[in-house]
Design a protein around this ligand. Structure first.
Ligand code: 6PG
Length: 469
């Protein structure tokens, strides 16, 4: 008998996803280009309905029609190579599903190319890391709607659940799912950067120890900031290095890696012309962190200010930092969701922001209580221009801005870099400002290049002879 779904690529994500699918009562064929991976997986799959196959032919013919094949290979060339090896063996109506962190423009291209062969192509975000893949990820599928309908029962069964709702929902045509996953990752970068800045201030200005930091983050996780990333941050501060007995964080080198999804989010913002400063600063902060050797040299040459003790008790400053973090997080999600709106218009995706917030509530890395508030904001107004204009978020940002201003000034006076917090506040202040100084920029452009300008008092395009009399 034939299997209900196939998985190609048995690295940890592919393997865990296959086991997750099997655990929900589906039969699964697996295939990997190097056959040892298949053997290894079968050894670890005793008692499970997993069928190993050793050639693409055997794999494809082991599947029920229309075939549903999940590609869990490396994004990029490996995905194209895998598709090309499968394509001659597929029939019209078969469904290929790419579950990698694929660049959305590749997904748009592959969807189009495969459609010409009558093959459906779903590009899906899968978030939640290794553990999520095994026990319940958040799933963001894009592609032909009718193809998604055929895999929806499987995706809903394997996804995380929040109050009974599956964290898998059809996102939109072609690259929409991978786009939304990309923005998820960008938001993940910003969340991590803002948490890191909070830690850095508490460590450097308040001199909190790792144990105290554990307590603070554990406490924060009980309130508005309740989220996976805050929870693991609390855990991290508890962990001691087995070799030295020091807190793990203190033995880890301060150079942040990245695989590119955050950068793609910023690149897309630049292409679409939409402001995404917090995520972009978070990408830059990783870049500057990786200039470790240069920073070590510079630290011997360039000095900062003498330390200035903040006013208020330790508890008050910690609470101000918590508020600064929550407000900045709101500004960051406002930017990410505004960018999705711009992309949706550009690519005709008809994204449903409330649904996206809903599937972000569970399974994924940015999962948080707060996403329920975003969902409610879009339920109140599906056409919401900016999250900060929603009644709930407006109230928070208005009342927390004082804390954010205070925290930034503490950081500035002490020479502690807070690029995420600073840019969050600049975004808030720019966005709420009726008249920005861009009038001067327009005047300069017109002065040196006759680029023209518009006027505040009448319609039309104008140019001034700036040097006349
Ligand atoms: C997820 C994550 C994951 C991503 C890692 C690493 O949703 O499960 O976003 O897809 O690969 O977070 O990303 P960087 O290496 O770029 O930090």
């Amino acid at each position: 008998s034939k299997q209900q779904i196939g998985v190609v690529g048995l690295a940890v994500m592919g393997k865990n996803l296959a086991w997750n699918i099997e655990s929900r009562g589906y039969t699964v064929s697996v295939y990997n280009r190097s056959s040892e991976k298949v053997d290894d997986m079968l050894k670890e799959s005793v008692g499970k309905q997993i069928v190993g196959t050793y050639s693409v032919e055997e794999f494809v013919s082991s599947l029920e029609s229309p075939r549903k094949i999940m590609l869990m290979v490396q994004a990029g060339a490996a995905t194209d190579a895998t598709i090309n090896s499968l394509l001659p063996l597929l029939d019209k109506g078969d469904i290929l599903i790419d579950g990698g962190n694929t660049y959305y423009k590749d997904t748009i291209r592959r969807n189009k190319e495969l459609s010409e062969h009558g093959i459906h192509f779903i590009g899906t975000g899968v978030s939640g890391g290794e553990e999520g893949a095994l026990t319940g990820p958040s799933i963001m599928p894009g592609g032909q709607k009718e193809a998604y309908e055929l895999v929806a029962p499987i995706f809903e069964a394997i996804s995380a659940k929040v109050n009974g709702d599956a964290c898998s929902i059809y996102i939109g045509p072609d690259g929409a799912g991978h786009y939304v996953k990309m923005v998820h990752n960008g938001i993940e970068y910003a969340d991590m950067q803002l948490i890191a800045e909070s830690y850095f201030l508490m460590k450097n200005v308040l001199n909190l120890s790792a144990d105290e930091l554990h307590e603070v983050f554990a406490e924060w996780n009980k309130g508005e900031l309740d989220s996976y990333l805050i929870e693991i941050t609390a855990d991290i501060f508890k962990k001691k290095d087995a070799e030295t007995g020091k807190p793990m964080v203190d033995v880890i080198l301060d150079k942040a890696g990245q695989k590119g999804t955050g950068k793609w989010t910023s690149q897309s913002a630049l292409d679409l012309g939409t402001p995404l400063p917090i995520i972009t600063e978070s990408v830059f902060a990783r870049f500057i962190s990786s200039l470790k050797e240069e920073r070590v040299k510079a630290s011997k040459v360039l000095s900062g200010p003498a330390p200035v003790l903040p006013e208020g008790s330790k508890e008050e400053v910690i609470e101000a930092i918590r508020r600064a973090l929550y407000m900045s997080k709101i500004a960051s999600y406002a930017q990410g969701f505004a960018q999705m709106r711009a992309a949706s218009e550009e690519y005709d995706w008809n994204l449903q922001y409330g649904d996206i917030a809903m599937i972000f509530r569970g399974g994924c890395i940015i999962r948080a209580q707060f996403l329920q508030k975003i969902k409610e904001a879009y339920d109140r107004d599906p056409g919401l221009l900016n999250l900060m204009l929603d009644e709930y978020f407006k109230e928070i940002v208005e009342s927390y801005q004082a804390a954010l201003r205070e925290v930034i000034s503490i950081a500035v006076k002490n020479g502690v870099p807070v690029p995420g917090f600073s840019t969050a506040l600049s975004y808030y202040d720019s966005y709420r400002t009726e008249t920005l100084p861009a009038n001067l920029i327009q005047a300069q452009r017109d002065y040196f290049g006759a680029h023209t300008y518009q006027r505040v008092d009448k319609d039309g395009t104008f140019h001034t002879e700036w040097l006349e009399d």
